[in-house]
Ligand binder design. Structure first.
Ligand code: FES
Length: 566
């Protein structure tokens, strides 16, 4: 696209072209280049309040070199940057805003193609959603995981160990001096969290779906290979523009299913379910929770990665990363799916370097678990579904009946959890509600909420917890999430009372409030939404009016594709 294409509207198109060219000369490219070479946007989400993206400038330089080398002109532009632990109340509130920002920047600017650089949890999902809507040729580059941390000879991983050591600190088994020393080592450098949390998961899924060059997801942030990968991505986007390959030709239902296979085989984050459902909604591709459940019964966990397993992303990289893992799962993949590498997925897997089997990426006959780690639950408590990462849960609690102890909100939880008089036992089923997409708003990662300190001090380390919230991909525990519909909009979670027996049966895929149907009808007829002050203006006002439920991906209803061509 010549830089003068689609000029700004001034009522005089020729003046618009003249003005555009006049201002574009700043970059130093001669007129002939500006009007003939492909223009490649590089979407840089670096910011100093997003420490996971701290090293992006070096990657941008590498992408630029690749673009120029292949004959394009690189044009870097920013979009909003969401650093998971630096935003309040929760990053999920901003994912859709990032997706809208990215989509509009891609569509409004004179770009033939775009390389999107993301890493921290919500950035790559937002970018994929934007690409699905903008449908401009694109390659996604992940910033890569942090190197492993270490404390007194033990490998540390953010944020699985952030949580586990904090729990021990609350339980009194780790001192304040120790927790300070651990904090120094938990996140030792640039890059995203280095366990199979949401950022790692979404990078893996993006590679499996064909939107990232093969082998890119696992390369550590500080490894020289990441800059080589960035440079190759710069070259690739110029080729994709020349070939007219657009995201919707890659992101088919088959590609999304390949992404789910990768998610499951990696023991990945529950958040990926929401992001993939949102992506499917943008694409107009039919995808439901049942697709995840069906595949979860067939796909083994092959990557022995925390929090489900033992190793971390650095180890995954050395064991061959995504190609090694998918190479074991060829019969479960659509190998004909196209990729930004310019070859079908099957060819990429056939071409991958031979790797010796390792403990980190297991062979098919020696899986970490014979089936995937995510189970979709249904029942009268979750008519539209709920999710449990059962391989990160306590086996003894996977089939459990216990009395409900209900917290009406995060404030209520904070107020009462440490009360020594709290009527709680290790058998209790802790219910946290009004923390869903609308109720919170933004569905925070509060689902793996803390256990009462008095039980921690007795040695209890896990209990059944149920909520309409999400959970960090780095967390674990017997935690039922994404209950839909959420309590705030009238879901049955809002009808639970203290002492009601609740049945969790992962084997039966069931989540049931063991109260008579008649009593539930009575409670439903008298139910009132929790009274909370709702935002009267701005983005949050828009959010609570238009966000969809967890089983639809929590995108805005007006951003879903009306039909596959829109
Ligand atoms: Fe950015 Fe964990 S805080 S990926």
């Amino acid at each position: 696209m010549p830089i003068t294409d689609r000029p700004t509207d001034y009522g005089d198109p020729e003046f618009g072209k003249f003005l555009r060219l006049t201002f574009a000369r700043l970059h130093g490219w001669p007129t002939a280049d500006l009007t003939s070479r492909p223009l490649i946007g590089i979407c840089n989400t670096a910011s100093e309040v997003n420490r996971c993206h701290a090293h992006f400038d070096t990657l941008v330089e590498a992408i630029k070199a690749g673009v120029i080398d292949a004959g394009g002109i690189p044009l870097t532009f920013p979009t909003i940057s969401i650093g998971e632990v630096f935003v309040h109340p929760t990053s999920m509130l901003l994912r859709n805003l990032a997706a809208m920002d990215t989509e509009m920047m891609i569509k409004a600017q004179p770009l033939d193609g775009v390389v999107l650089l993301g890493a921290c949890d919500k950035t790559i999902p937002a970018q994929l959603m934007a690409l699905a809507s903008a449908n401009v040729p694109a390659v996604v580059v992940s910033g890569g995981p942090m190197a492993n941390g270490s404390y007194q000879g033990r490998t540390l991983g953010a944020c699985s160990d952030c949580r586990s050591y904090w729990q021990e600190f609350r339980a009194g088994t780790v001192t304040s001096t120790e927790i300070e020393a651990i904090s120094q080592e938990l996140a030792p450098g640039a890059g995203h969290c280095m366990v199979m949390g949401t950022a790692s998961t979404m990078a893996v899924v993006t590679e499996a779906m064909g939107m990232m060059l093969s082998g890119g997801a696992a390369i550590p942030a500080i490894h020289q290979g990441r800059r080589q990968h960035a440079l190759a991505s710069g070259r690739a986007i110029v080729r994709l523009v020349g070939d007219g390959v657009r995201p919707r030709s890659i992101l088919t239902r088959s590609a999304l299913q390949n992404g789910i296979v990768a998610l499951l085989a990696a023991g990945g984050s529950t958040n990926a379910i929401i992001h993939l459902l949102a992506l499917a909604g943008r694409l107009g591709v039919p995808l439901t929770l049942d697709d995840f459940d069906r595949l979860s019964q067939r796909v083994p966990i092959l990557a022995d990665l925390r929090p489900v397993g033992r190793y971390q992303m650095e180890d995954f990289y050395r064991a061959g990363g995504v190609p090694a893992m998918l190479g074991e799962l060829r019969d479960l993949l659509d190998l004909s799916s196209p990729t930004v590498d310019g070859k079908p997925l099957g060819d990429l897997l056939a071409d991958r370097p031979a790797m010796k089997p390792t403990d980190v990426v297991r062979t098919r006959d020696n899986p970490v678990h014979p089936s995937g780690g995510l189970t979709i639950l249904r029942g009268n408590l979750a008519p539209r579904g709920a999710v449990i990462k059962d391989k990160a849960a306590s086996r003894a609690l996977l089939d459990h009946v216990g009395p409900a102890l209900v917290f009406d909100s995060l404030d209520d939880l904070e107020e009462r959890l440490e009360d020594p008089a709290l009527a709680v036992t290790p058998d209790s089923v802790l219910v946290l509600r009004n923390v869903g997409p609308v109720g919170a708003p933004g569905m925070p990662e509060a689902g793996s909420f803390p256990l009462p300190r008095k039980l921690l001090r007795q040695g209890v380390r896990d209990m059944v917890r149920i909520s309409d919230a999400r959970m960090s991909g780095t967390a674990g525990g017997t935690v039922v999430l994404h209950v839909a519909p959420e309590a705030y909009v009238g879901g049955p979670l809002g009808w639970v009372r203290d002492g009601d027996p609740i049945e969790l049966s992962v084997k039966q895929r069931r989540l049931q409030l063991l109260v008579s149907a008649e009593e539930l009808r009575r409670r439903a007829s008298t139910w009132q939404p929790r009274v909370v002050k709702r935002p009267a203006r701005g983005y949050e006002w828009l959010y609570v009016r238009h966000v969809t439920q967890a089983d639809e991906g929590c995108d805005f209803d007006f951003l879903r594709a009306q039909d596959p061509a829109t």
